[in-house]
Design a protein around this ligand. Structure first.
Ligand SMILES: Nc1ncnc2c1ncn2[C@@H]1O[C@H](COP(=O)(O)OP(=O)(O)OP(=O)(O)O)[C@@H](O)[C@H]1O
Ligand SMILES: [Mg+2]
Length: 307
């Protein structure tokens, strides 16, 4: 494989716990990456259609949506829209998607539908971000089957860790069956308030359990982030100097650096594997290559906001 000519990285933003910041992260990370000249497609995989609305696309007016792609095999190019405000493409969703769960049940290889549809457009984007619903259902499974990685937003509160093991087990199950390379992009602390003792404690526990799989970037609780969606724009357009905007820009930077490191590592491994004298290959490099499913985020440079 030519590791220098990589296609898009597909990141599923998932946590079956509701209201933890999945949609806020999908919309604003998309806009942050787009502001860095990356070509971005946002896929709304939640019947609530919040990411669709957050990109300035009216879910009540949408005629073609992710439902048509999943159930009727419509091409993503036909169903997508462009968000001028957020400078990215959007595959919208609305309440129709609720019916998709039922309709998919009668279809063959129902967990592969999104994956098949994405084949056509993967080369057109640097990043494809998928906003998952708050459930480990067939829609989320479709996201995990096609994703390169999963980004897990976590609200630092008492029950934050509850349910995390079910999510990680699901990811492991997908790895063992259809998508062995599915990585954890990182765990993202959201709505963080450094004055809240419980928040600080939970954040500490996360680091203790998951180490550098936790993004260094912390998204603070910031009212501007909560206000932006009602205007149908991202925080980059709404208030680019807010703490929320700076956090999502820092997160985008962290993800870009992580990817460039992975590509270098992969290229090194490919080079060492093609070496005829394979037994001389440094053990560490080979192991890192075999371990890309759990490649970890940046741990060296501080990004932002932690206090
Ligand atoms: N960092 C933040 N600061 C302040 N408010 C936030 C922040 N992140 C998210 N919110 C608000 O919290 C609520 C839940 O966020 P969001 O919709 O992103 O969560 P979600 O995980 O997508 O929810 P669901 O599970 O229902 O899809 C929203 O009202 C959002 O505006
Ligand atoms: Mg949501």
């Amino acid at each position: 494989m030519d590791y220098t000519a990589r296609m898009s990285r597909v990141i599923a933003i998932a946590n079956q716990k509701g209201g933890v910041g999945k949609t806020t992260t999908t919309v604003n990370l998309s806009a942050a990456l787009a502001s860095m000249q990356k070509r971005v497609l946002l896929i709304d995989l939640d019947p609530q259609g919040n990411a669709t609305m957050g990109c300035g696309v009216d879910k009540y007016e949408v005629e073609k949506s992710v439902f048509d792609v999943l159930v009727d095999g419509m091409s993503i190019n036909e169903a997508k829209q462009h968000s001028l405000e957020n400078k990215c493409d959007v595959l919208p969703a609305n309440a129709d998607l609720t019916a998709a769960e039922v309709e998919l049940m009668s279809l063959d290889r129902r967990e592969q539908r999104l994956h098949n549809a994405l084949t056509e457009v993967r080369g057109d984007y640097d990043y494809i971000l998928i906003d998952c619903p708050p459930s480990l259902n067939i829609l989320t499974l479709n996201a995990f089957v096609t994703a390169d990685s999963v980004l897990v937003p976590i609200q630092c509160e008492y029950y934050a860790l509850e349910g995390l093991s079910a999510l990680l087990e699901t990811i492991e199950g997908v790895r063992e069956t259809v998508n062995p390379d599915l990585a954890i992009e990182g765990l993202l602390r959201t709505m963080y308030d450094g004055r809240n003792r419980l928040g600080v404690e939970v954040s500490g526990q996360l680091i203790q359990h998951f180490g550098d799989q936790v993004f260094r970037t912390v998204v603070p609780r910031n009212v501007r982030l909560a206000e932006a969606p009602s205007h149908g724009i991202s925080i980059m357009q709404y208030d680019k100097t807010s703490r929320g905007a700076l956090a999502y820009l820092a997160l985008a930077g962290e993800i870009l650096r992580q990817r460039s490191r992975q590509e270098k590592t992969s290229a090194n491994v490919a080079a060492s594997e093609s070496n005829t004298n394979k037994s001389d290959a440094p053990v560490e490099q080979v192991q890192v290559g075999a371990d890309t499913a759990t490649v970890k985020p940046v741990s060296s440079d501080i990004e932002t906001a932690d206090g």
